[in-house]
Design a protein around this ligand. Structure first.
Ligand code: SF4
Length: 688
């Protein structure tokens, strides 16, 4: 029973790509509690610790509640500031506080001057995956139309861009094929390269419930994860072996004729060619593992997993353990190949599930915040630079301004020694954020904006489900799209949105996948709607009758594994040093800027630690901190922890806290197509 001053507001958790429904108890305009209702479509009545506690950062003293300008930028750019008043910023002595109107004027003046002197192509936009679809849509439109630059990108560059690339060329759509609840309808689940329990906990709950009810589970990872304990098949594989293992599964299915002839005949092309290539590929034969020291048992286990997958109604779930590699896109296509061979796609309980990371990375890509896709995955007038190319262009003097919406670029990208130097080369960096982050102490102009708990907006989760988030509390800061709109007004008044409704109507008219997702309809569907949303229906499952390729037919994509790194060392018996991989912990999210402002979350995990195998512990003094060193840089001193989960010669760490300097260890190597950084494998040594 609620008191008069209390209300319950339904909304959505905006931490991870699971996108759980939430309910908030609000009393006298303050959030008191966030929980999930028993009948929650995504949450199924449960939230992880971030969902329950993570909202508390909205009251943190680290919130940014004003516009700020860096003192050095203010002094060097007096022509854009004139007599505008500024005040000392108590939170950061490098900055002045400035009124939003004055900051809009100054940023717009600098943008105009840059366009006049160097052209629109000297300005780039990055970010958007943490904000709403409305803000992402307006951001790419601002960069492309108000500025006239093709250079727009978002943080999918460092996470799931390979899922988009690998799926589009095989099944025509870079998104999950089925709803999360189809996990209950599958007979067999393959979880590969996903630490689901930590990174997508509410999906992990479904996997565990399904396994308890009799579903077969295979877990393939470089280390043991929590789901491994419940797995029927637990495969600890060497580093950078995903493509090899997936091609081996295809090999078994082909060799033992476990493919679905009828499905192949009706729905897929290129089978014979694919079959010939796999069968003659020496790295696709599972027997290869018989000679890889410490991994010999995989030769048999891969065969068992392939058989079980092919003979069942099966789903494959994956995360960044697949995508953040040199062959991330190829591995995603290899996953799709398995589904195409066996007909495990386009039906209940059978399909492909990339577990997208950021809360709205799916939506932001749909909105067109990508250099090679306009809204709705259309062809842009001109292809722009990927984030890494923007940074390199700045060093060459070609790129002058970086406009960043909430992406902590100087923390989450790889090769940070290089990134930080590149950031210094910009004449102006503008950033939006809700809370202090690494970028908010680098940017020249910082706009404090509404958090997801304080605004209305649409977020698209990892199963293509659009949720309309509601403001839980009032906040007089602008939304991201409102800041962009104000600057647009000063550049080209014909592009201004009169209201959020007008913005969303325009976005829907440009994006057929969202056509029927009006505010009215979404507010009547608290469970959300899965795209494509037509005027009268939504789409829980993709590819039921035809694939979303141009001709409606699925297509195989084969790429051969290239022998390298860890596996090569194991074959050569030249194992020296360590292979490091990275991941998340349940109580923090990404750069932890929001979660580290919550005491309860910090009490669970307050620093990045390094997991070391039992054998390797003997070589170290575990009471002392260790520094990890690679050819690109060094970490800070970190705490080592003995763990059964990692194998000899391998290490695991989280990379939530910028002071740990983990991202300095990775270089420019990345996925061949998308440049997504190779965060899941780097050769390192340990210093004590
Ligand atoms: S699983 Fe993700 S969306 Fe769900 S409560 Fe946790 S952080 Fe929020």
């Amino acid at each position: 029973m609620l008191h008069k001053n209390q209300k319950i507001i339904d909304s959505v958790c905006t931490y991870c790509g699971v996108g759980c429904d939430i309910a908030a108890l609000v009393e006298d305009g303050e959030i008191k509690k966030v929980y999930a209702k028993e009948d929650g479509k995504v949450s199924r009545g449960k939230l992880c610790i971030k969902g329950k506690e993570g909202w508390k950062y909205v009251y943190s003293p680290f919130r940014i509640k004003e516009a700020r300008v860096k003192k050095s930028f203010f002094e060097a750019n007096s022509e854009f500031f004139g007599t505008k008043k500024v005040f000392e910023c108590t939170a950061n002595s490098d900055y002045f506080v400035i009124s939003y109107e004055d900051a809009y004027d100054a940023v717009a003046a600098k943008l105009k001057s840059t366009i006049q002197k160097h052209g629109g192509d000297s300005i780039a936009g990055v970010g958007g995956a943490r904000t709403s679809c409305e803000s992402s849509y307006s951001f790419q439109r601002f960069i492309r139309r108000a500025i006239g630059s093709p250079h727009i990108d978002n943080c999918a560059r460092v996470c799931h861009s390979p899922s988009l690339a690998g799926l589009r060329r095989t099944v025509g759509e870079g998104a999950a094929t089925n709803p999360f609840d189809d996990i209950f309808k599958a007979e067999f689940l393959l979880v590969i390269g996903s630490n689901t329990t930590e990174a997508h906990p509410i999906v992990a709950n479904r996997v565990l419930d399904a396994v308890n009810a009799g579903t077969t589970l295979a877990v393939v990872d470089v280390r043991e994860i929590q789901l491994s304990k419940k797995a029927n098949f637990q495969l600890a594989i060497p580093y950078e072996a995903n493509l090899m293992v997936l091609n081996m599964m295809a090999h078994v299915i082909l060799k033992e004729k476990l493919y679905n002839r009828e499905f192949l005949k009706k729905r897929v092309k290129g089978f014979e060619e694919f079959k010939a290539k796999i069968l003659e590929d020496e790295f696709a034969n599972p027997e290869f593992f018989a000679k890889v020291k410490g991994y010999e048992s995989l030769a048999l286990k891969i065969k068992e997993v392939a058989r079980s997958y092919a003979k069942s109604r099966s789903m494959i779930l994956w995360g960044l353990g697949i995508t953040e590699h040199l062959d991330g896109s190829a591995a995603v296509s290899a996953i799709a190949n398995l589904a195409l061979m066996t007909g495990n796609i386009g039906k209940e309980g059978a399909g492909l599930m990339p577990l997208r990371g950021q809360n709205n990375v799916q939506g932001t890509c749909d909105m067109g915040c990508l250099p090679y896709f306009a809204p709705n995955y259309g062809v842009p007038e001109r292809e722009g630079y990927k984030t890494q190319d923007m940074l390199e262009a700045a060093v060459k003097g070609e790129m002058k301004v970086l406009y960043n919406v909430g992406e902590d670029l100087s923390h989450i990208h790889a090769n940070l020694n290089k990134v930080k130097k590149s950031l210094e080369a910009f004449e102006m960096i503008v950033t939006h954020d809700v809370i202090e982050a690494d970028m908010t102490s680098i940017a020249d102009v910082v706009f404090g904006v509404k958090s997801a708990y304080e605004k209305k907006g649409i977020y698209t989760n990892a199963e293509r489900r659009l949720h309309l988030a509601q403001p839980l509390i009032e906040c007089d800061l602008p939304d991201d799209w409102e800041v962009i709109n104000e600057i647009t007004k000063r550049l080209d008044s014909s592009l201004v949105f009169r209201s959020q409704d007008a913005l969303w109507d325009e976005a829907r008219s440009m994006i057929s996948r969202y056509e029927g997702a009006s505010y009215e309809r979404l507010s009547q569907n608290n469970d959300g709607l899965q795209w494509p949303v037509t005027m009268d229906a939504d789409t829980p499952r993709l590819h039921e009758k035809k694939f979303r390729t141009i001709d409606g037919i699925g297509d195989f994509y084969y790429e051969k594994y290239e022998l390298r790194g860890h596996i090569k060392e194991l074959l050569d018996s030249e194992m020296d040093g360590y292979w490091l991989t990275t991941g998340r912990t349940i109580s923090h999210y990404n750069n932890a800027s929001q979660t580290k402002a919550v005491d309860k979350l910090m009490s669970v995990y307050d620093k990045d630690v390094v997991l070391v195998s039992h054998e390797d512990c003997k070589k170290l003094d575990m009471s002392k901190p260790i520094v990890i060193s690679s050819k690109y840089g060094k970490s800070a001193a970190l705490t080592p922890k003995e763990s059964k989960a990692v194998k000899k010669g391998t290490l695991y760490t989280t990379f939530h806290f910028s002071e740990s300097k983990i991202n300095y260890l990775f270089g420019d190597e990345g996925d061949k197509i998308t440049k997504t950084s190779r965060f899941k494998a780097v050769k390192v040594s340990l210093l004590q």
